[in-house]
Design a protein around this ligand. Sequence first.
Ligand SMILES: *Cc1c(COP(=O)(O)O)cnc(C)c1O
Length: 403
Amino acid sequence: MSEPKSLAGEAEQLDAADGLAAVRERFVLDDVTYLDGNSLGALPVHVPARVEDVVRRQWGELRIRSWEESGWWTAPERIGDRIAPLVGAAAGQVVVGDSTSVNVFKALVAAVRMAQEDRPGRDEILVDATTFPTDGYIAESAARMTGCALRPVAPAEVPSALGDRTAAVLLNHVDYRTGRLHDLPALTAAVHAAGAYAVWDLCHSAGALPVGLDEHGVDLAVGCTYKYLNGGPGSPAYLYVRRDLQPRFDSPLPGWNSHAEPFGMRSGYAPASGAVRGRVGTPDILSLLALEAALDVWDEDGVSVAAVRAKSLALTDFFLRCVGAYVPDGRVESVTPAAHAERGSQVALRCDDAGEVMKRLIERGVVGDYRAPDVLRFGFTPLYVGFADVERAARVLARTLAG
Ligand SMILES: *Cc1c(COP(=O)(O)O)cnc(C)c1O
């Protein structure tokens, strides 16, 4: 390989050597440089036809027979088993349904109930002080309902904040603003050493980097499917309940779909066994099956989470280099950690007039997003973002900042 003369030339070489480059063809994209897949993943090309089949044939022709014949009834656990390998979980521990917000509620209340069953007197929930807001709001309500105090703590401070009173700890794996990746293995081990339960929110990690839920003994986890898993707007979230905890998982939303015998129509509740216990009501079939179709992209040759992670780090490294080369010193400041072990799949740049700058970037065909008060956020989905996109985004950013 000859030495490239420019960053644009280097991007070309990196794209040519990219083992995941062909996966981009599986997505509907255009001339826009789309760096907002951490908010809404792009549409896989084959999904519209699959959704049309679900609507026209499964619903339109088979009607009620589809609950059995088209596998609608078992879709939440079947699709959970498709997500499981992407988050390092063996089958039978993930169920899909409801929003992330609702799953945070189920997981956190269930975690506190287990902790209080282990040892009455555990009456404190620690929550990531930098959390995506919905987790904090839900945690506040979960704390009130379970008689706990809620204590916001920065993830790095969790080990020193843990104690006899801690029942559960709710953490984000990747900070949605800064892109900082937290140390899931070490924090989970610290939570366990204190006799408490760890609930992880994987919204910004699943589909972008290895999570290793089983390997690291995570108790409960939740995440959304419309970001790096490309499930579509509002596609249902998932809930992971570690196998050995499933018999103790006492859902605060024990709907009939989680009953041992849902069609027994009994007046008394008896929970099903397994991850199915995390279900609530009738699943959102159209969204669920759009997600199922979207997950086919992962079955393509060569798409492993390890390959995705390697490319993600290469993309964010290259973006930081291009920004460093093109943007005048001091105009933006990266708030995303430089260390790979601490970086998710996005780069967040602090910038004085971030809202206005992002508006102009979008007008020029580079779509990222703005997070109040001063952050430009760029998400890198390795399945469809290439190195030329990265170079162009940095170049357009520099031009935009120049006025
Ligand atoms: C995107 C995101 C959510 C979204 O929750 P919804 O219930 O799907 O709206 C929750 N938590 C985190 C960390 C997120 O990044």
